[in-house]
Design a protein around this ligand. Sequence first.
Ligand code: MN
Length: 247
Amino acid sequence: MHDAHCHLDLYPNPVLVARSAEDMGIRTVAVTNLPSAFFQALPHVSTYKYIKAAVGLHPLLADHHTNQQKLLFKDALKHTRYVGEIGLDLSREGLPTKDAQVASFRFVLNQLQGQDWIISVHSRRAESAVLDLLTEFGIGPVIFHWYSGPLRELERAISAGHFFSVNTSMTRSNNGKRIIERIPRDRLLTETDGPFVKVNELPAMPRDVQGVIDYLSNSWREPHDAIQHLVDHNLHTLHHRVGLQFP
Ligand code: MN
C-alpha cells in the first residue's frame, strides 16, 4: 500500500503511527509543513525503510515563512528528494495571506528548478494559479494532493501530466467522486492526509488508504489486488522518472 501524503509529525504519537506503517510495509511520504519540522522529523524518519520525509512550506502557514525557514528549505533539499506540502490556498482561510503565499511558492519553485523531485501540492481554491506557476517554472509532473477544484482545471492538470493522490474523504463526497472518476488510472495514487482526515471519527492512519482501494474496487468492479498493483505501478513510474526507487 502507499500513502502519498501523511502528516506523521502531527499525530499525538508519531512513533506509533510510523512503526505501524513500517511494519505493514506501507510506502509513506511524511510531508511536513515547515522546514524546521522537516529537520525535527528527519533523524526519526531516516531509521525507517518505507517512510520518506518531505520538506514543505504549507501555504496556510505563510506568516511563518521567514527568511530563516527559507534558508532551511534550501538546506533540506540536500537531504531529501521529497517535497510537500507546498502550494497555494485561496479559500477564505488562505485569502488574507495570498501575496505571501505566492511569493513563497515562487521561491520554492525556483529552488526546485534543474532537478526532478517527488512533489505533493496543495491547491485548494487556487487550482488555476498553481497550474500557471508550475508551468511558468517548468516543474512537474507533481502530485496534486486532495484535488477538489473545478473539472476544467482538473483536465488541464491531467493534460500537463500531473498525478493525483486520493483520500477517503474524497470517496465520501459527491464532488470527490466526480473527480476520482475523471482521473486517468495511470495517474492515480492513494493518500490519507492523516491526521486531518478522520476515519470512523479517528485520525486516518496510513493503513486507511485501504478505504480508497475498497472504494475503487467497488466502483470499478475490479479485485483489490488489481487496484493495489495499479497504485504500486504508478508510484514506481513516478519514482523511476525522477531516478528514485521506493523499497
Ligand atoms: Mn496535508
